[in-house]
Design a protein around this ligand. Structure first.
Ligand SMILES: [Cu+2]
Length: 128
């Protein structure tokens, strides 16, 4: 689905860029260009989000593609960590309300945990 939609977005962005190239007033066309760019950038980048709430990762298993970024958001009012078992990434103490992200560049299944709460465990599966 997203692959079918992408050319249309690119074409729309190209039209916006072409339309504004001769324009003397950049403010409205710049706003239009950034609005058009947002959905296509999200579709091209890919990724996933994990919420940390009630001393648990949610969801506990996610699957992303190589090159995707995963963002963790601590929705609890106290610190957690996102620490990979193989030490490939570690958020350190992530206070409530803070986010941590990590881009996955190799395929595999990566287990992670919270250093503060031993029962908090989850995995990220990265497919090639
Ligand atoms: Cu924790």
């Amino acid at each position: 689905m997203s692959k079918l939609r992408l050319p249309a977005l690119v074409a729309a962005a190209a039209l916006v860029i072409a339309a504004c190239s001769g324009s003397a007033s950049p403010t409205p066309s710049a706003a239009a260009a950034s609005t058009a760019a947002s959905p296509s950038a999200a579709a091209a980048g890919g990724g996933a989000s994990v919420d940390i709430k009630n001393t648990a990762f949610n969801p506990t298993t996610i699957t992303v593609k190589v090159g995707d970024k995963v963002t963790w958001t601590n929705s609890d009012g106290f610190a957690h960590t996102v620490t990979f078992d193989d030490n490939s990434a570690d958020s350190g103490n992530l206070d409530g309300g803070k986010t941590f992200d990590h881009q996955f560049t190799t395929a595999g299944t990566f287990a992670y945990h919270c250093k503060i709460h031993a029962n908090m465990k989850a995995t990220v599966t990265v497919t090639g």
